[in-house]
Design a protein around this ligand. Structure first.
Ligand code: ZN
Length: 136
């Protein structure tokens, strides 16, 4: 991507800043409960299993499977104009955490639930790396 990036820029919170920092360092990480170990995403302050506020970060191997997808035809933001249609995938990673992001270089008619995907860390701006996906 380029310096002329026109899509919305995430605004990291105190909880999600380590997630975005790790992407910029070349790693996909997920929050893990520091007490029961349950992984979670999106980043948030409290474990929904045991209500602990102990937070750890685990590096993912970046490999997941397709949980669901949709093909987007309408550009809901001007930054996506000219890129439609594109495929948005909800992918499930180890520990059951899911992220929703764009699937690159695929045709919607070829997709199946459970297909293997891998993260492609994609530099959008100097300070923003996005975890996009491709078929593995
Ligand atoms: Zn917990």
């Amino acid at each position: 991507m380029s310096e002329n990036y026109t899509k919305p820029i995430p605004e990291p919170s105190i909880d999600s800043q380590p997630f975005w920092d790790a992407l910029n360092e070349g790693r996909l990480v997920f929050q893990a409960c520091g007490d029961c170990g349950k992984l979670r995403h999106y980043p948030r302050p409290i474990c929904d299993e045991c209500y602990s506020d102990h937070v750890e970060w685990k590096t993912s191997n970046g490999k997941g499977v397709i949980y669901s997808w949709t093909e987007t035809h309408h550009p809901f933001h001007i930054g996506f104009r000219g890129e439609t249609p594109y495929i948005l995938v909800t992918a499930e990673f180890d520990g059951g955490v899911r992220i929703q992001t764009q699937l690159l270089d695929a045709k919607v008619e070829d997709l199946k639930i459970g297909m293997h995907v891998e993260v492609v860390l994609t530099k959008a701006t100097e300070d923003l790396t996005l975890p996009l996906l491709r078929l593995a």
